[in-house]
Write a protein that binds this ligand. Structure first.
Ligand code: SAM
Length: 301
């Protein structure tokens, strides 16, 4: 459980709320991907999300509103996922542009180079397939490789994101995915984009679009446990200025209990842990998890 920043985007602008995810009151859905927004999806795998998004919109106009892509060649997707044939046909029939063989780390060199900028760019549950890692890769190696992939994605995506656009990464906010530190990606990706906040999956329209990610290695679905949508915008975006200002002074916190007990003057930014005393911070730093994370960060440097 964690405290999250919830950003509500509506016709009136942007309202930023800090909410405590212990609250289980029913909230109205936050629409991150409204119809009419020119949207790019990368790393689509079985294209279930693309299909859900396309069905939620009615395509009008001549330019494709949806450009949906995957890393693999089209024949691999068709042979790996049983529903892919029908899905790709439906998407194309509905006016979406489907492009296979798009590497999210090489957007500037790939088949998207001539595309007009997008209002939304989405990468849901990014994950490198097992086969790209060395046979005896450690969990730290795997985490570093996934983080590096996302850093390169953000670096290239900045060019394709409109100034008033929003970039979304859906990710599981639990170990090992949380150790990729999605909130820090923009710092490593050249700084054109900035982290704006994170919204739990269930408060957005995502559950109505699809059931969760496909398995990266085979035709199977995965539960969207602890799924969270991480949001990024251009650092100088006027559209999201308020949210960006709030995000820059916001400290990502894993334990909402802490925020209620404050003041907590000592902080481990890597683990998102705050303590009341220097002694407590030292005790945290002497712990197994902190040391494991510190090892990962040393490898990353
Ligand atoms: C867990 S699957 C999720 C697929 C899909 N986005 C979903 O939500 O169902 C992870 C996806 O990340 C994709 N991926 C990994 N590295 C990538 C890269 N460099 N460029 C594009 N996609 C990539 C994989 O091909 C795979 O489809």
């Amino acid at each position: 459980m964690m405290v999250v920043m919830m950003i509500i985007i509506d016709g009136l602008g942007v309202v930023v709320l800090i909410i405590d995810s212990f609250c289980h009151h029913r909230r109205s859905e936050i629409r991150l991907l409204p119809g009419g927004c020119r949207t790019l999806a990368v790393g689509e795998g079985d294209f279930a999300f693309s299909e859900g998004l396309s069905a939620s919109r009615s395509c009008t106009g001549s330019a494709p509103e949806l450009v949906v892509t995957c890393l693999e060649p089209e024949e691999d997707i068709r042979s790996q996922y049983a529903d892919a044939d029908q899905r790709l046909a439906r998407l194309r029939g509905d006016g979406a542009k489907v492009i296979c063989g798009v590497d999210a780390t090489e957007l500037l060199k790939g088949p998207l180079v001539d595309e007009e900028p997008f209002e939304r760019i989405v990468f849901n549950f990014p994950l490198l397939p097992t086969k790209v890692h060395k046979p005896r890769a450690s969990s730290a190696d795997v985490q570093i490789a996934n983080r590096a992939m996302l850093v390169e994605f953000l670096r290239g995506a900045a060019t394709f994101l409109r100034k008033d656009g929003l970039l979304l990464i859906a990710n599981k906010d639990c170990y090992p995915y949380s150790w990729w530190r999605l909130e820090s990606l923009p710092e490593w990706a050249g700084g054109q984009l900035a982290f704006m906040g994170a919204v739990p999956w269930q408060y957005t329209e995502y559950p109505s679009l699809y059931g969760g990610p496909c398995n990266v290695n085979r035709d199977a679905s995965v539960k969207p446990t602890d799924a969270t949508i991480f949001l990024y915008a251009h650092r100088d975006s006027e559209n999201f200025r308020l949210a960006l200002e709030a995000a820059s002074s916001w400290r990502y916190c894993c334990d909402p209990g802490q925020s209620k007990q404050g003041p907590f003057s000592f902080r481990c930014d890597m683990c998102h842990v705050s303590t009341r005393t220097a002694g407590d911070l030292h005790a945290h730093e002497a712990g197994k998890i902190h040391k494991k994370r510190a090892h990962l960060e040393r490898l990353w440097q």
